[in-house]
Design a protein around this ligand. Sequence first.
Ligand SMILES: Nc1ncnc2c1ncn2[C@@H]1O[C@H](COP(=O)(O)OP(=O)(O)O)[C@@H](O)[C@H]1O
Ligand SMILES: CC(=O)N[C@@H](CCC(=O)OP(=O)(O)O)C(=O)O
Length: 248
Amino acid sequence: MTQTIVIKIGGNATNHLSETFYQQLADWHQAGKQILIVHGGGPQISEWSTKLHLPVSKINGIRVTGPETLKVTQAVLLGLVQPLLCQHLADHHLPAMSLNAAGVPAIQGDYLDQAVYGEVGQVTGVNRNYINQVLNRQIGVCAPLAVAENGKLLNVNGDVAAAGIARLLGAEKLVLLTDVPGVIVADHVVGQLTQTTAKRLFKAKVIKAGMQPKITAAFDALKNGVKEVAITNELKCSGTSLTKQVAI
Ligand SMILES: Nc1ncnc2c1ncn2[C@@H]1O[C@H](COP(=O)(O)OP(=O)(O)O)[C@@H](O)[C@H]1O
Ligand SMILES: CC(=O)N[C@@H](CCC(=O)OP(=O)(O)O)C(=O)O
């Protein structure tokens, strides 16, 4: 069976992708792996919201998204971040294809908690046939926007989206590429992280802000069949690998 690798690239990381990143993608593509990139764009959305005098508010790393902020999110992700990323891939001779084409909703979603977060979703389904068709030939590029049953667009946290898609596609590997080399505790990158340790680090506020949804989403993927999940700033370095609890 063809193996699928889902790579989430954070908004900060999209501007600092290394040559080894593109080389690793080329190697995987050459080896016949299916590659799906889910990109963020959080810092860019915040920047444009501020320019447009819209409030910027996050709860546990999830953006509170009113109707106007949703429009900014859509415009920034699909109009600025994604084209630039696709251009970088094309410059490296990597065949990229957007999965956000209008009329073919690749990612289905449902409201996370409308009273708290507004137009924010979680992933409930993927258009597997369409995604497979694309990934059989090209590298899929997807913004974390889902379509609800009522046809409305929902803003999904990039890590949550990537983990949900990886789970639903039965991916072998999920890499959350960010601007730090992994989960840092006392100035050191943790090589292996169990959920029990993660919960302790949440409580102690050592894991904060955007790292929270990242880790929660990563464990969700690991518990639901994704074999390897890593948080790193380089595809060739494992950074922090998430591990299942060892039964005693
Ligand atoms: N324990 C931690 N280890 C590493 N990063 C952490 C930790 N706690 C909070 N963070 C923050 O999480 C950030 C990564 O999350 P985020 O900004 O959402 O990245 P991305 O845009 O890549 O999703 C880091 O830049 C860092 O500021
Ligand atoms: C609901 C929610 O939080 N959506 C995110 C989507 C972009 C994202 O996750 O970008 P990063 O990966 O760069 O943080 C947001 O609006 O910022």
